[in-house]
Design a protein around this ligand. Structure first.
Ligand code: HEC
Length: 260
């Protein structure tokens, strides 16, 4: 007799907590398909190169990606001289000149063009500068974001495409935007992408969904550049074990041949 009552209470509890969650918590991100999923999945070089473009032209004005070096871009299929050219578009502190100066006559830090060995240049000198420019919130470094908390590439796409009008009666904090997928729904990042924001040289149309998917693909690679090698090694190990298995069966047959 207890059972129906219990399950009814449980169902009621679940329903009410789901309703509460819907009001205050972020929606779970839709499950998307990615080329790098599954045991044989690989990164899509074209998507990553488009994603790099989005990062450089849009996200990089607020977010650093400090664990990447320009030379890492060789993995996206760029040649050594292309990487050099990309790096050379950024300036890094030059250090003391032969006379020992680190600043020029007007007090500005001496700089030099970045080289492939340099880390990706950050948009702000420090966290306080980043905070001051972004409504008091520091835009997080994106190096590992695709592998952090519950996030993953599905979350990144959901976040970037999840902006909208707040429901009637919702008060937004100053400078905040409404986002369906961000915990608490109020995010200090204004919608970063709008249709046609970048000029894709070839391939798909630069819709918000497309750009979000591409930049998330790129960020997934940045967070896990060794994914392909790891899968490759896994396959080799499986192949090795399969051969070993066949050999062991043969040995076993031979050893036991005379006994049977
Ligand atoms: C105008 C500055 C600005 C731009 C441009 C920008 N962001 Fe952000 N971003 C922020 C700020 C500020 C936060 C912190 C938001 C908060 O905590 O409320 C943030 C947070 C994030 C987060 C973390 C969300 C979380 O769950 O904590 C991700 C991921 C992100 N941005 C990705 C991107 C990507 C990808 C791009 C480029 C398409 C981009 N951002 C462009 C300012 C920016």
């Amino acid at each position: 007799m207890m059972r129906p009552f219990l399950s009814f209470t449980l169902a009621a509890l679940l329903a009410s907590s789901a309703a509460l969650a819907a009001e205050s918590e972020a929606l779970p991100p839709p499950d998307l398909e990615w080329s790098f999923e599954g045991p044989l999945g690989l990164y899509d070089r074209d998507a990553m190169r488009r994603g790099l473009k989005i990062y450089r032209e849009v996200c990089a004005s607020c977010h650093s990606i400090g664990l990447l070096r320009y030379r890492d871009l060789r993995a996206l299929g760029y040649t050594e001289s292309e990487v050099k050219e990309i790096a050379g578009q950024y300036e890094v502190p030059a250090g003391p000149d032969p006379a020992g100066n680190t600043v020029d006559a007007s007090g500005n830090l001496l700089t030099r063009p970045a080289t492939p060995a340099d880390a990706f240049v950050a948009p702000f000198a420090n966290a306080n500068a980043a905070k001051a420019a972004n409504n008091g919130k520091v835009p997080p470094d994106l190096s590992l974001i695709a592998k952090s908390r519950i996030s993953g590439p599905d979350y990144l796409v959901a976040l970037l495409t999840g902006y909208g009008e707040p429901p009637a009666g919702t008060e937004l904090a100053p400078g905040a935007s409404y986002n369906l997928y961000f915990p608490g729904h109020q995010i200090a990042m204004p919608p970063p992408l709008s249709p046609g924001q970048v000029q894709y040289e070839d391939g798909p149309e630069a819709t918000v969904a497309q750009m979000s998917t591409d930049v998330s693909h790129f960020l997934m690679w940045a967070a896990e550049p060794k994914l392909e090698e790891r899968k490759n090694l896994g396959l080799k190990v499986m192949g090795y074990l399969a051969v070993l298995f066949v050999l062991m069966i043969a040995v076993k047959r031979r050893v036991w041949r005379d006994v049977h």
